[in-house]
Design a protein around this ligand. Structure first.
Ligand SMILES: Cc1ncc(COP(=O)(O)O)c(C=O)c1O
Length: 415
């Protein structure tokens, strides 16, 4: 059960669970600050995968034999554990395992959007969406004749809520909003937005890829109709993501992919779909990854998500302040006082983000450079790319100092 405290994390203790953090490059310690892309995997999660392959590797929902039963139970239990973690009282029936957030998004866009949207309908989203949602809605809009509207951001990188209230109307069928921006760090008022959408009879989809890993999330308190996230951004393995959906909505939706496992009865003429969530999980699913996602949740829950959030915010504030000491650095998104997630995207006047990333890499510091799958947002910010440092439970202030020193080196090189 989660520890309801914001006591500081014992980072040194946590780091021992991540052998990769001991890596050195030519005697320089690895400083891993690319956690918004993918987090590292702790030993208990790796052990869980090894245990599966050593002990009970078998296909699920197909065999009567003991291995298949053990694998099936563990895989099904993992769904329940995810449901508990995100406050989905409907249990496993409201939790579909996908490949990642992107696939969860596509599942909703195709299975719900293609059937429910048409000319005159609107999808309202935001200027800070990840391509996972933006590109997907674009395609579904093209195919259905629906329109997409974008809630603008203000100067500080926060949503213009007055505009949101204007844009969400009775024509809106879906509000699709990112919970925590992977570029700006903005934490969006998703519950308030979901309320506005519901007042107009629209559904609310929340992209929680950067939120579930970094803070307590309760999908029912938010009143999200759909909520998506990825295992690999929260100490879990790659290859497993989650789509939460309210049971009555998932029940009414047609499947997205077809095949074995998602059916109850098949004749030469027609097929009947399986119960939730299996209706949306055709073929052999991501068994070991799904089971290991439960281990990742146990790991984070042992630490306590309130403490994870406090640690993230502490590091974000420290990085923001340290980088702000330099006049030639522009940081995007809200100030720490306005509230921000555990990442900082920035540009330095004289150095292109890609060069910066390459130079700090020479000092063992791993950051991301590019558009972070938010090209339209970068267009709006007037830059092609930015550098992004993103933090997790095993990062320290000293590592942020190492980043700032490496940035100084880059500045001198390009002076
Ligand atoms: C906000 C946000 N949404 C969606 C995604 C897509 O996640 P995935 O690549 O795991 O599908 C990401 C990944 O960076 C993200 O940050």
């Amino acid at each position: 059960m989660s520890t309801q405290t914001t006591d500081p994390l014992d980072v040194e203790r946590i780091r021992q669970d991540f052998p990769i953090l001991q890596r050195q490059f030519d005697g320089t310690d690895l400083v891993y600050l690319d956690n918004a892309a993918t987090t590292q995997t702790p030993e208990p999660v790796v052990d869980c995968i090894v245990d599966y392959y050593h002990g009970y590797n078998a296909n699920v929902h197909r065999g009567i034999h003991t291995l298949s039963q053990e694998a099936s139970i563990a895989y099904e239990d993992a769904h329940d554990r995810v449901a508990e973690f995100i406050g989905a009282s409907g249990g496993r029936e409201e939790v579909v395992f996908t490949k990642n957030t992107t696939e969860s998004m596509n599942l909703v866009a195709y299975a719900w959007g293609l059937n429910e949207l048409g000319p005159g309908d609107e999808v309202v989203t935001t200027e800070m969406e990840h391509h996972a949602s933006l590109v997907t809605w674009q395609q579904v809009a093209k195919r259905t004749g629906a329109d997409i509207k974008f809630i603008p951001i203000d100067e500080s990188g926060q949503l213009d809520m007055a505009a949101a209230k204007e844009l969400i109307t009775d024509d809106t069928k879906m509000l699709s909003v990112v919970h925590v921006s992977n570029t700006l760090g903005t934490v969006n008022p998703v519950s308030e937005l979901a309320d506005i959408a519901h007042d107009h009879g629209a559904l609310a989809f929340v992209d929680g890829a950067q939120a579930v890993p970094t803070r307590p999330v309760d999908v029912e308190a938010i009143d999200a109709d759909f909520y998506a996230f990825s295992g690999h951004k929260m100490c879990g393995p790659t290859g497993v993501g989650v789509l939460y959906g309210k049971r009555h909505i998932l029940d009414e939706m047609e499947p997205y992919l077809y095949g074995g496992g998602m059916i109850k009865k098949v004749t030469f003429e027609e097929s009947k779909w399986n119960d939730l969530p299996w209706k949306f999980e055709p073929g052999t699913p991501n068994i070991s990854q799904g089971i290991a996602l439960e281990a990742a949740i146990d790991y984070l829950d042992d630490i306590g998500m309130e403490r994870v959030q406090a640690h993230e915010e502490m590091l974000a504030e420290y990085a923001y302040d340290r980088l702000s000491e330099h006049d030639d650095i522009e940081i995007y998104g809200p100030t720490p006082e306005q509230g921000r997630g555990g990442l900082v995207s920035f540009n330095i006047d004289s150095v292109h983000a890609h060069d910066l990333s390459s130079i700090v890499n020479d000092f063992g510091v791993a950051i991301r450079a590019g558009d972070h799958c938010t090209q339209p947002l970068h267009d709006k910010l007037g830059v092609a790319a930015s550098a992004r440092a993103s933090f997790y439970i095993y990062n320290t202030r000293e590592e942020i100092d190492a980043l700032v020193e490496a940035v100084d080196e880059a500045r001198q090189l390009f002076a």
